[in-house]
Design a protein around this ligand. Structure first.
Ligand code: NAD
Ligand code: LMR
Length: 332
């Protein structure tokens, strides 16, 4: 007998990430080629007609794994019974804005949707927040949905992780699939710290450290970090819209690895509730290196942190602490 369908909620489904993401989910990119899905697509009333158009296209595409589509502007209907919630709904930043500039619009959405998820989602629903400011929206969702286990609420920094792998692969002219174990520490913002101190590349003579192969500290400490930190802004400048296909693909990577597990010897970056690991203050949603097994993530422990890295880990934690205070001030 085939598997029972999994209900996957995508909020902001009529938007540009939504439009890239829902066909990936319906094709099995997120949960595997043998996992049927029922898509719940939520948006707001001004987008209802466009949302219905997306539903029509999903029907027209005749995806074999797609067992149903709920397209709604009713948050309770959208959240009811969902096993996985991808929270994309919100307002994207425009050229010249920092991600925290979209704070006041977005955190209030996350406060109200927290209650809907808490009351109506399936038990053990896994939540991924994509909308910016992603870490702080996820934190607000966690705080206003106290009965959802904190381990189930995460935010997307996999896009930054993938961007780091992409930059290393371009620089060394190697396959991106041969590069692994980069780390994004902290906030999905320009203070994030893309760290390749433990990253490796598969070569014909075995795995080699990225630091040994690049052998250019000035580039690794300068241009590489800045490019990854500023990539979102560079995409906005080029497209006049924020990243969408890479965000959607990375959201699939995040959920796939969380649910189905990370490959042996490989870690990925996820924004998760800090437990004080690496002396990061607890009470923040902070991006760490994690491995996943049996549907649970675990922070990779024991990695050495040099002095430069320590400063960068602390700087991005400070920004998250400030964002948290700002978010609460927006909600009061
Ligand atoms: P978009 O404007 O194209 O789509 C957003 C959608 O959300 C719209 O259809 C809008 O109607 C809907 N929406 C607004 N309020 C809502 C609510 N209360 N409930 C449900 N839906 C609601 O934006 P986009 O380009 O798809 O980006 C979505 C978000 O993702 C933005 O906040 C963007 O900054 C963020 N983003 C994050 C990452 C990341 O790596 N974490 C990457 C790219 C974009
Ligand atoms: C990104 O990283 O591409 C997104 O967070 C969009 C943005 O505002 O940078």
């Amino acid at each position: 007998m085939g598997k029972e369908p999994v209900r996957v909620l995508v909020t902001g489904a009529a938007g540009q990430i939504g439009y890239a993401l829902v066909p990936m989910i319906a094709r099995g990119v997120m949960l595997g080629p043998d996992q049927p899905v029922i898509l719940h697509m939520l948006d707001i009333p001004p987008a209802a007609e466009a949302l219905n158009g997306v539903k029509m296209e999903l029907v027209d595409a005749a995806f074999p794994l797609l067992k149903g589509v709920v397209a709604t502007t009713d948050v309770v209907e959208g959240c009811t019974g969902v096993n996985i919630a991808i929270m994309v709904g919100g307002f994207p930043r425009k050229e010249g804005m920092e991600r925290k500039d979209v704070m006041s619009k977005n955190v209030s959405i996350y406060k109200s949707q927290a209650s809907a998820l808490e009351q109506h989602a399936a038990a053990n629903c896994k939540v991924l927040v994509v909308a910016n400011p992603a870490n702080t929206n996820a934190l607000i969702l966690k705080e206003f949905a106290p009965s959802i286990p904190e381990k189930n609420i995460t935010c997307l920094t996999r896009l930054d992780h993938n961007r780091a792998l992409g930059q290393i692969s371009e620089r060394l002219n190697v396959q991106v699939s041969d590069v692994k174990n980069a780390i994004i520490w902290g906030n999905h913002s320009s203070t994030q710290y893309p760290d390749v101190n433990h990253a490796t590349v598969k070569t014909p003579s075995g795995e080699k450290p990225v630091r040994e192969l690049v052998a250019d500290d000035a580039w690794l400490h300068g241009e590489f970090i800045a490019t990854v930190q500023q990539r979102g802004a560079a995409i906005i400048k080029a497209r006049k819209l924020s990243s969408a296909l890479s965000a959607a693909s990375s959201a699939c990577d995040h959920i796939r690895d969380w649910v189905l597990g990370t490959p042996e010897g490989t870690w990925v970056s996820m924004g998760v509730y800090s437990d004080g690991s690496y002396n990061v203050p607890s009470g923040l949603i902070y991006s760490f290196p994690v491995t996943c097994r049996n549907g649970e993530w675990t922070i990779v422990q024991g990695l050495s942190i040099d002095e430069l890295s320590r400063k960068k880990l602390d700087l991005t934690a400070e920004e998250l602490t400030e964002e948290k205070a700002l978010a609460y001030s927006c909600l009061s």
